[in-house]
Design a protein around this ligand. Sequence first.
Ligand code: ZN
Length: 467
Amino acid sequence: MREQLEAWVDAHKHEIIAETQAILRIPSVEEEPGEPGAPFGRPVGAALAHTLALCERLGMKTENFDGYIGHAEFGEGEEIVAMLGHLDVVPPGSGWTKEPWGATIEDGWLFARGASDDKGPTYAALFGAKAVLDATQAAGTPLSRRIRLIFGCNEESGFKCVEHYFGAAGQPKPALAFTPDASFPLVYAEKGAFSAEATRRVEDDGDVRVASFRSGLRANMVPDEAEAVLAGDPGILNVVRAVMTGEKGVTIEGAGDTLRLYARGKAAHGSTPQEGENAAVKLLRALITQPDFGAGDRQWMDDLIRRAAPTGAGVGIAGKDEITGPLTCNLGIVTKEEDGEVKATFNVRYPATWDPQETVGKFQSSLDSGGWQVAVEGHMEPLYVPQDQEPVKTLLRVYREHTGDESAPKTMGGRTYATAVAPVGVAFGAGMTGDPDVAHQADERFAVERLLLCAKIYGHALYELAK
Ligand SMILES: [Zn+2]
């Protein structure tokens, strides 16, 4: 069957390339909800409708689940083999030398936001599936499992799509699955992850108080800017100003009964907090050296400095496993409002073999005992599929047959749709060693040759899993 599938892809390469360009020209960045059926905005809804219409034309049955997510399906059988890809993309950002929605081809590269993450790989799988549909029909060999292509619309900002699909929409979990949204050979373990908002109220009782504090935009990014407004007795603030001027990396503005202090750090992804410099922590460390704050302010600042350790030691959950390495903890957002409410948002990624409930429980009780109210949100349980189990065995064999690349499967700290179907799915492609690192960056691109190779690999993999 491999030869027939490859022949189909070779015979249809112009169509595959043109359809991939067409989906890349839809600017499917999340927006405010559009009309009914577009919960992530009109462009994302359009990308889903466009893709499902294409699948209908290719002879598959489709269903759109209120614009959250949709699927296309063919074949017989109770069990489902699923491909989960996503059609939403992050905003283009700056620095592009090509038009982000142009999908132009230059020197064999297809340039567009979403070319490699994840519309390009998703369309490779779509056409790989079409090759299976046509080749098995021509050969008269029915599949024993249905093949289902699931197109998510909220991968980049919350996974509400897959939650809706397996939750409110009541769709069954597949028997086996992959998501073409990371790298080859495949990713068989992903850390568990959750965010948590910790709040407490602070009484103002010092000669100087932190009237407000603001740092960070997202739980899963290391904040690179922090700002504090200090209020209090002008004479004491004058002294604070004199003492702190020249404090490493802190700038001061203002006079009289208000001072503004700023610190700069270095941004990094929340899964690698040790690679950044947390601006919130930097500013808190500078502030805490001043003796004029009351006990309330001293306590929350001191507490957060301790809790911000990237190892998780400050929240009682430091540790590691053999498979995915050490836990990471990112203090992504810190705010204090005029009314005395302090909020700290953490993003934790814990080893894949750890118990999810126990890990969250330890984290919660550590913060509880420090007087914080804790709300855990967006908990994604870890993924771990042992290497001698399916679909790992089959996917690895197919990938190696097509590429000759014998490198070992991987683990990662990020998370993909595979965690939504744990433990029967893994991330499978489409990055390979030596690729430019372009996901979420300027001039995102995907090689046309790779698009076609992926269509062959994904088609073959779907066939092997469903035959
Ligand atoms: Zn992605």
